[in-house]
Ligand binder design. Structure first.
Ligand code: CMP
Length: 144
């Protein structure tokens, strides 16, 4: 069934001018982008988004990184989109991610791993709600 997943192009992706490369890969794969916006993540949003990591030792560094400069939030829709996108990203650490994946090809960092994607259906619903209102999601069936 068609799924939706939340993708963030993190500050390193924006600053390194890799947004187009990542978006092209999503489009080439056949996923539909149904929502997109640039924004700065606030400390409050960082704590909500990364609620499961707030107590971890790396959280202060993660918060500093994710709030440092603008990100782009995207909702993509497609068959099994959650797993498809996570497979395209590769392992969390750019050092471990396989060649051919987005992180494997462009990141050599555990923290600055360019892109976030929801890791399951509950996370996807929750995370989409953090970044978008219902009327900002523009599902469509390609006809052209
Ligand atoms: P993401 O998939 O967005 O989810 C949690 C983020 O925390 C992860 O990508 C990395 O950016 C960061 N992260 C996860 N583990 C570590 C770690 N051990 N050290 C530093 N940053 C981490």
């Amino acid at each position: 069934p068609a799924e939706r997943t939340l993708i963030l192009l993190k500050p390193d992706c924006v600053q390194r001018r890799l947004m187009g490369q990542v978006i092209s890969r999503l489009e080439d794969k056949g996923l539909n982008l149904i929502a997109m916006k640039m924004l700065k993540v606030t400390s409050a949003l960082a704590k909500e988004h990364y609620a499961e990591h707030v107590q971890k030792p790396f959280f202060p560094a993660l918060e500093k990184f994710i709030t440092a400069s603008p990100i782009v939030a995207i909702v993509v829709e497609g068959l099994e989109a959650i797993k498809v996108v996570r497979d395209m990203l590769g392992a969390t650490s750019g050092l471990k991610a396989a060649a051919g994946t987005i992180r494997g090809d462009y990141s050599s960092s555990r923290q600055m791993n360019l892109v976030h994607a929801s890791d399951g259906p509950e996370a996807s619903a929750r995370e989409i709600g953090l970044y978008f209102k219902a009327d900002e999601l523009h599902a469509y069936v390609p006809t052209l």
